[in-house]
Write a protein of this length. Structure first.
Length: 252
């Protein structure tokens, strides 16, 4: 099981397998841990027990509840099935399964992303959340669209590159929770009362709407380049010095 696209040395393969296993297990853990309470228990009960963001959403209008549940369910599906798509044996030996799971994944990203965009203006982190989660939602859907278009036009290498970028954004659901835990723990010497704990969470939540996904995207681009896949470039090298005047994002 690996993310490989070209013949690789055994040590690189082992590292790739360890990486894939970590990503698959942590995605499974967060999909189960973060989603299960919302699909098994009513929001007002979760709010009473102080679970997740239930308190922030309990008294919101019906359309927000609809977006919240659509987002959680679709996000959970994307996180569960996404890692399977990077399992090389499955891609090569069961192409039909890869295609079917891919369609489920893309529909989940579309629903989860549109719902996340609807939640961004009412999110509990205010303007930082609006900007961070809103940008993430747009990039999540856009990279999925680029990956879909690439494979429809038969460009397998661009498809792989866009789907690595896209899953690095799906994985923000995991890194958001890891960063929040690390940043709250880093403030533990100052946490004495419940109010301190709330303040520590609020401090952490002021940066995680961006911290959850920007490093993931940088790492995804490193992986794309290491695997010799078409990398993003800011300036078109073929256009010479004049190219600097029309800065654009494309594929190398
Ligand atoms: C990658 C794009 C994603 C974006 C832009 C996004 C955006 C959001 C937003 C705006 C909220 C409300 C946050 C708040 O009010 O503070 C939220 C909550 C939530 N999201 Fe996502 N999300 C994404 C991916 C995912 C995925 C893949 C999952 C799968 C587990 C997921 C699961 C949840 C859950 C369970 C909540 C409720 C909050 C909690 O109790 O932790 N999200 N998301």
């Amino acid at each position: 099981m690996s993310l490989d696209v070209a013949p690789r040395r055994p040590r690189t393969r082992t590292r790739s397998r360890i990486g894939w296993t970590w990503v698959a297990l942590s995605s499974l853990a967060i999909a189960v841990y973060a989603v299960t309470p919302y699909v098994t228990t009513p929001l007002h009960e979760l709010a009473g027990d102080g679970v997740g963001l239930a308190g922030a959403y309990e008294n919101q209008p019906a359309w927000v509840h609809a977006a919240f549940y659509a987002h959680i369910a679709a996000g959970g599906v994307a996180l569960l099935v996404g890692p399977l798509q990077f399992w090389r044996a499955l891609r090569e030996r069961a192409r039909a399964v890869h295609r079917a799971v891919g369609r489920v994944y893309l529909v989940a990203v579309l629903i989860g992303g549109v719902a996340a965009l609807a939640l961004a203006p009412v999110n509990s982190a205010g303007m930082v959340g609006f900007a961070g989660f809103g940008t993430l939602a747009v990039l999540w859907v856009w990279t999925a669209w680029r990956g879909y278009r690439a494979i429809r036009s038969g460009d397998v290498r661009s498809h792989q590159a866009w789907m690595i970028r896209n899953f690095s954004l799906t994985y923000a659901a995991v890194t958001l929770r890891l960063w929040t835990g690390v940043l709250v723990a880093a403030q533990s010497p100052w946490i004495v009362t419940g109010a301190d704990a709330d303040a520590a969470f609020t401090n952490a939540y002021a940066v995680v709407p961006f911290l959850a996904w920007i490093p993931n995207l940088v790492l995804a681009e490193v992986l794309v380049r290491r695997r010799g896949l078409p990398a993003l470039r800011i300036v078109d090298p073929a256009s010479g010095p004049a190219g600097y005047a029309r800065t654009e994002v494309g594929e190398g």
